[in-house]
Design a protein around this ligand. Structure first.
Ligand code: T3D
Length: 265
């Protein structure tokens, strides 16, 4: 599928998806959301893709929902702009797809990540940000509430006190602050962001892809369950991992004292 609001580029087993509405800081229209869901769907199906980089074109990463398209919505007789249904059919599907795709997503935050744009960052697996990037829970400033998983991800990542401060004030934090709070893995100089993201994604793409998928499943499950259930789920995931070709290759390579060659099978 050719996209209007995304750029995609594959280098080896690494697919880069770039949000491409730079004049609007890559604010998300329905078209962009539909295309992004599709891009992750295709990437999930394609055996040749073993790691994904998500980034933005221009000076912003993503400014959340496109507010011009919101203003164009006509309220119904109850005054509803249809946010509930819209979220369920677009952002919620996207966030679930990002969490369940069994491949690593490296996000390269190149600029401001606001509102649901910040949720895209949090739904990714490994988070790099340029020094000039920033993050804000913009919702309250326009009389909305954090969505697209923000209430779920943010307290888990940075703790309830900091999460509440970000959500209640809508204040912007720097990339340096985000790193110190554990919101992102690492800040890198602006001109090295994409090189670092590619290096990390290539490292991920050379790993046993199925293990990465099972690790994601395990962490998703464990986040909301008891230790007993998590132990049981880990045993299920280990059972599946133990059946993969890559596991056999990993053990053989270790015993033969050679680097493993993983195929993602
Ligand atoms: O059902 C549903 O859809 C509900 C879902 C809601 C999810 C949400 O994400 S709600 C939150 C929506 N996002 C925001 O409220 C953030 C709005 N943007 C900002 O607060 C600021 O733009 C930033 C803090 C992100 C960046 O500020 P700054 O000064 O660096 O840039 P700017 O000058 O404000 O923006 C540059 C351009 O991007 C400008 O366009 P122009 O005037 O040059 O033609 C601006 O209008 C445009 N832009 C930025 N954010 C959005 C946007 N256009 C549409 N929608 C945006 N969200």
């Amino acid at each position: 599928m050719a996209y209007e609001t995304l750029l995609t580029e594959q280098e080896g087993a690494v697919l880069t998806i770039t949000l491409n509405r730079p004049d609007k800081l890559n604010a998300a229209t329905d078209e962009l959301l539909t295309e992004l869901i599709d891009a992750f769907k295709q990437a999930g199906r394609d055996e040749g893709v073993r790691a994904i980089i998500l980034t933005g074109a221009g000076r912003g990463f993503c400014a959340g929902q496109d507010l011009a398209s919101v203003q164009a919505r006509v309220p119904d007789e109850r005054g509803s702009l249809g946010y509930g249904d819209h979220l369920r059919h677009t952002y919620n599907q996207l966030i679930k797809r990002m969490r369940t795709i069994e491949k690593p997503i490296v996000v390269a935050v190149n600029g401001v990540a606001a509102g649901a744009g910040m949720s895209l960052v949090m739904a990714s697996d490994l988070r790099l940000a340029a020094e000039s990037a920033s993050f804000l829970q913009a919702f309250v400033k326009i009389g909305l509430v954090p969505d697209s998983g923000s209430t779920w991800f943010l307290p888990r990542l940075i703790g309830q006190a900091r999460a509440m401060e970000m959500m209640l004030t809508g204040r912007r934090i720097s990339a340096e602050q985000a790193e110190a709070w554990g919101l992102i893995n690492r800040v890198v100089p602006d001109d090295q962001l994409m090189a670092e993201a590619h290096a990390l994604a290539q490292e991920m793409a050379a790993l046993p892809t199925k293990s990465i998928g099972y690790i994601k499943r395990g962490v998703n499950f464990a986040t909301t369950t008891s230790l007993e259930e998590a132990l049981d789920f880990e045993a299920d995931m280990q059972e599946l991992a133990g059946r993969t070709e890559d596991h056999k290759e990993g053990v053989a390579a270790f015993l033969e004292k050679r680097p493993p060659e993983y195929k993602g099978r």
